[in-house]
Design a protein around this ligand. Structure first.
Ligand code: ZN
Length: 264
């Protein structure tokens, strides 16, 4: 049930998807991996949308080079843990939701515990080795993973539904080289909000996700394009045990089949 002040806070959303939709968001638990350039806008917009429980994980502390894009961290937060800085702002933005902040580096030993119980994983990382770990955990636990990545004026996003769509390793079998990459804050904002929008849509049971589609944003030409992607039968992460493996074609989502029960 929504509180009276929640009906007021979310009035414009309730016009859009009803109290039932808002209650779905309130009941949801979303795991956001990273409180940096992508994690800040994702967490802020999911918080103000009324996602009931947000789990945020990041080991880093705020430094001045973060401030061009990591919009929950301000000059006065330099030296503070990013998850603490983010938690403070999110609590002020929306005191009616729960924020659980963990200062940790995601690795093989803790990924299962950290992700445990989440309805959704949002990838706001800055490196592919950790993304692959999240992808494997998403596949193992059957939890959807919303991927996003940025560099310069370019960004990408896709939504992975375990067993139904291409996984991260199907799409990117090899990690790009690690680097200190250039980036403008607006790229993080655009891609982070596409990921947050995907999260809200998934939780509401909307069908037309970025599933088996890779979205590419080119901020210099101001173009968004989506490309079809498919499961790879030899994918080391998701092919084993797949009932569709060996049939000679990638698995596509069933047209018209919602990922979750749609709203009436
Ligand atoms: Zn795969």
């Amino acid at each position: 049930m929504l509180l009276e002040r929640e009906r007021e806070r979310y009035a414009r959303q309730i016009l859009l998807f009803g109290e039932e939709g808002q209650e779905r968001l309130k009941d949801a638990k979303v795991f956001i991996a990273g409180a940096g350039g992508l994690g800040c806008p994702i967490a802020l917009y999911l918080a103000v949308a009324g996602i009931g429980e947000i789990h945020l994980v990041d080991q880093d502390t705020v430094d001045r080079t973060n401030l061009n894009r990591q919009v929950l961290h301000w000059e006065s937060d330099i030296g503070e843990l990013k998850v603490r800085s983010a938690e403070t702002k999110l609590r002020e933005a929306n005191p009616d939701i729960r924020i659980k902040a963990f200062a940790a580096t995601i690795d093989e030993t803790n990924v299962r515990n950290l992700v445990g119980g989440a309805d959704l994983i949002v990838d706001a990382m800055d490196n592919f080795p950790t993304r692959y770990l999240l992808n494997r955990e998403a596949l193992r636990g059957g939890v959807p993973l919303i991927h996003g990545a940025i560099r310069g004026f370019d960004g990408q996003a896709t939504t992975i539904i375990p067993g139904r769509t291409a996984c991260l390793e199907c799409i990117f079998p090899e990690a790009p080289p690690a680097e200190v990459f250039p980036v403008v804050g607006t790229t993080a904002g655009v891609i982070g909000l596409i990921q947050a929008n995907e999260a809200i849509k998934y939780l509401l049971g909307k069908k037309d996700l970025l599933a088996n589609r890779l979205l590419l944003w080119d901020g210099l030409t101001t173009t968004l394009e989506t490309y079809t992607v498919e499961r790879r039968l030899d994918c080391p992460a998701c092919s084993e045990g797949c009932e569709h493996a060996g049939q000679g074609e990638g698995v596509r989502p069933v047209p018209g089949d919602p990922w979750k029960q749609p709203l009436a």
